[in-house]
Design a protein around this ligand. Structure first.
Ligand code: GLC
Length: 479
């Protein structure tokens, strides 16, 4: 099967968040399946162009029409070494749109990604690559299924489209004149692109794609409701028959305590007790907390943004810190939360460490040293860090929403099943209840705790199962 995947970011080339991780893991997994031919298309951002690690060759040059403009596009192919079955990576070059320091956050982002989405279709035509399926991701590549239906059916008569939502909050809104001034679509698409008088690119993709997928089963249900859908609930519940949820995997080679170079001692399920103890002592020393093996260490590694449920931790923090515990927070974000944790660390210097920065190696050392991982997100399409935490033998306490619900089945003491502690409604006291039950097991049933860690560490969070689910979906779609 020929598969084209289109995204605005992918690790290791350019990554700002979870989407970047997924666009490394999923294409690689699909490329491993025999008979699959996978191409990944990305913008040729300045940081990729100037990175000497990536050698590319110019494959073709053409012009992309966007309403009254014609813009240059260069098609570059990444040179790969070795014979491993990998996706072929193509970059779309345009200095004006992508020769900038950042990835996103420019006033003309709408135009930049409309250009990119259209250029990718032109590129496939130039390459004479006629995919069975084109999978595109989030608002930045939402125009792919729209342009395909509107203007490229002659070139790709049989190609099916899958549009995947990783974050429904950002929909690619634009002023109404964007339709005529930039998109340059036929008049019949005005209504398809329109939402409440503006242009909404994600809405266009939902209308035009054959399948709309999202990154967990539960989230695929949730986004039919206003609480989660940021205005798209009506359109998504109308198209319920297109909606599919497939829970993400994680990169199990990058997140492996047995090989992680950031750790003071590597460990696996066979020696996690000594391994985690060594890493706990080291991280306590590193963060200036008392070196005490018996005290439970709770950690949160996150952007300090409202929807990550930080307010619930603020609400429960003092109740938690009345106990003999340690709390570690790593991340940056909203000022009010940074200030809160800075203040908390000053108030409880022997219990709290606030690391208000972004540091991937420190993150891994915290996953390894901590006992409990807190993730009370208000909504979470999938979430990746709870899976990383479990791989490192750190027990998650999560709000049972979206992918957190699908990846963290609740612990049941009687049947000795489940992977973590969950709560059902977004509420500080329920969050506290889950923490309290978790610490109860830690303190009162050390053997049960070890069995729980074993279950967490032995669960398969790799891309294998999601890869199979996507393959089955693509086969169903193409007959
Ligand atoms: C977004 C979502 C996150 C998900 C990631 C990858 O960042 O917020 O929940 O894990 O995309 O799909």
């Amino acid at each position: 099967m020929k598969i084209a995947m289109v995204a605005s970011e992918a690790a290791p080339y350019a990554k700002s968040g979870g989407l970047g991780d997924v666009m490394l893991g999923l294409p690689s997994e699909l490329a491993r399946i025999p008979d699959n031919q996978v191409c990944l298309f990305l913008p040729f951002y300045k940081r990729i162009k100037e990175n000497p690690a990536y050698e590319t060759e110019l494959f073709a040059e053409f012009r992309v029409g966007l309403s009254w403009r014609e813009q240059y596009a260069g098609l570059h192919r990444l040179k790969t070494k070795g014979r491993k079955k990998l996706p072929t990576v193509y970059f779309i070059d345009n200095e004006y749109y992508f020769g900038r320091d950042g990835l996103y956050g420019y006033l003309d982002d709408g135009e930049r990604y409309a250009f990119f989405s259209k250029a990718v279709l032109d590129a496939m035509a130039v390459l004479q690559f006629y995919p069975d399926v084109i999978q595109s991701n989030d608002w930045q590549t939402a125009m792919v299924p729209v342009y395909l239906n509107a203007q490229y059916r002659g070139v790709f008569p049989y190609t099916k489209t899958v549009f995947t939502i990783h974050n429904i909050e950002y929909q690619g809104w634009a002023n109404p004149d964007f339709f005529d001034n930039v998109l340059g679509l036929p008049e019949s698409y005005r209504g398809i692109m329109d939402m409440t008088g503006g242009v909404n690119m994600m809405k266009g993709a939902i209308e035009c794609a054959d399948i709309v997928s999202t990154v967990s089963e539960t989230y695929a249900q949730e986004i039919r409701y206003p609480y989660y859908a940021h205005g798209l609930d009506g359109i998504l519940s109308g198209y319920w028959y297109k909606l599919v949820g497939i829970t993400n995997g994680v990169d199990v080679s990058a997140f492996d305590p047995a090989t992680d170079k950031a750790l003071v001692q590597n460990y696996s399920i066979d020696d996690f007790k000594s391994g985690k103890a060594a890493n706990k002592a080291a991280i306590q020393r590193e963060l200036g907390l008392p070196e005490r093996p018996e005290v439970p260490m709770l950690a949160m590694i996150t952007r300090l943004a409202g929807h990550k449920g930080i307010d619930l931790l603020c609400y429960t923090a003092r109740r938690l810190l009345a106990l003999d515990v340690q709390l570690v927070v790593l991340g940056t974000g909203e000022q009010r939360f940074e200030n809160f944790f800075r203040g908390l660390a000053a108030e409880y210097p022997n219990k709290v460490s606030a690391q208000l920065k972004f540091d991937v190696n420190l993150a891994n050392r915290i996953y390894a040293g901590a006992d409990v991982y807190l993730m009370p997100s208000k909504s979470e399409p999938c979430g990746l860090s709870q899976m990383n935490a479990m791989r490192y033998g750190t027990v998650p306490v999560v709000n049972a929403t979206g992918g957190l619900k699908d990846t963290v089945p609740p612990v049941d003491a009687a049947s000795q099943t489940g992977l973590g502690y969950t709560f059902q409604s977004y509420n500080g006291d329920d969050f506290w209840g889950a923490i309290d039950r978790c610490l109860g097991l830690y303190w009162h049933d050390p053997d049960g705790w070890d069995r729980l860690i074993r279950r967490d560490m032995s669960t398969d969070f790799s891309w294998k199962h999601p890869g199979e689910a996507y393959r089955a979906l693509f086969h169903r779609l193409t007959g």
